[in-house]
Write a protein that binds this ligand. Structure first.
Ligand code: CAA
Length: 264
């Protein structure tokens, strides 16, 4: 696995890895290089998924998760370059969703524009008390381009999303939690990373196959009608009965012992 990236870092510890955007001087703003490296890194993680049970996605430093797409780089883009930039960012967001293990976004400080969008493409968001969310693109004469117009509505409801995107206002962590954007709030970044690692630990005691199947079925259902989504659920519910993990999990229950899952 190539870990020689310039704008991101990947650290693996046991079954879990932490991926950070590390452009601290620019508050981890997302330029084309960050996206290209994230795309390469996430593709490699997807291809070598057997080695991992979970990922934490965060930003370097104490001030920002990600303060958005790089405004300096965007300011001279042609419409075609801007289109390609959006597609590249969207590819990265889809890769987070396609990873067959959970991804927790750990947000401290600014999560604006593209930062809020990248956090939303993870499975769920943990945040510190300093976290600040927002989609301020209209203040720059732009619209969100890495999935914000689509994912924000699905997460917090269309009307809440429209109010936030039209005003471009910032949302403090308490409101973000109330809206359902943030799942848990921590006092410090260290507490948050420890909390996220504990959560991944709890998840990884379960069947990895069942967790990854639940993730893909829930993500697929997000774009379907309830009737179509239920069909996808029933299909995968049936298929999982062919797995070792299902036999092991149900046997362990009846034999009153701890299950020893293999992820197959
Ligand atoms: N792009 C490029 N550089 C950025 C940046 C961004 N999104 N955000 C911050 N920076 C840079 C600043 O230019 C500054 O660089 P210099 O030291 O070289 O001047 C450095 O990071 C530190 O930032 P500030 O001095 O501005 O720090 P602050 O504490 O005073 O303010 C802030 C912090 C409120 C986040 C402010 O930097 C800010 O408003 N940033 C822009 C936020 C934004 O509008 N994000 C949305 C971008 S559009 C988008 O994301 C489109 C999309 O969906 C695809």
């Amino acid at each position: 696995m190539n870990t020689k990236f310039e704008t991101i870092t990947l650290e693996q510890s046991g079954d879990f890895a932490t991926l950070s955007v590390s452009r601290e001087k620019s508050l981890n703003a997302l330029n084309a290089q960050v996206h290209t490296e994230l795309k390469e890194c996430l593709t490699q993680l997807k291809e070598n998924a057997d080695n991992l049970r979970g990922l934490i996605f965060t930003g370097a430093g104490d001030k920002a998760f990600i303060a958005g797409a790089d405004i300096v780089e965007m300011s001279s883009m042609t419409p075609e370059q801007a289109f390609n930039f959006a597609v590249l960012g969207q590819d990265v967001s889809l890769l987070f969703e396609e990873l067959p293990f959970p991804v927790i976004a750990c947000v401290n400080g600014f999560a604006l524009g593209g930062g809020c969008e990248m956090a939303m493409s993870c499975d769920f968001i943990y945040a510190t008390e300093t976290a600040l969310f927002g989609q301020p693109e209209v203040k720059l004469g732009l619209i969100p381009g890495f999935g914000g117009t689509q994912r924000l509505s699905k997460l917090i409801g269309r009307n809440n999303a429209k109010e936030l995107i039209y005003t471009g206002r910032n949302v403090k962590v308490d409101e973000a939690k109330q809206l359902g954007l943030v799942v848990k709030v921590f006092a410090t970044k260290e507490d948050m990373l420890e909390g996220a690692t504990k959560t991944l630990g709890k998840i990884s005691a379960n069947s990895p196959l069942a967790v990854s199947t639940a993730k893909s079925v829930m993500n697929e259902g997000n774009d379907l009608t309830i009737a179509e989504g239920l069909k996808v659920e029933a299909k995968h519910f049936g298929e999982i009965f062919t797995s070792y993990d299902m036999k092991e999990g149900t046997s362990a229950f009846t034999e009153k012992r701890k299950a020893n899952f293999k992820g197959e």
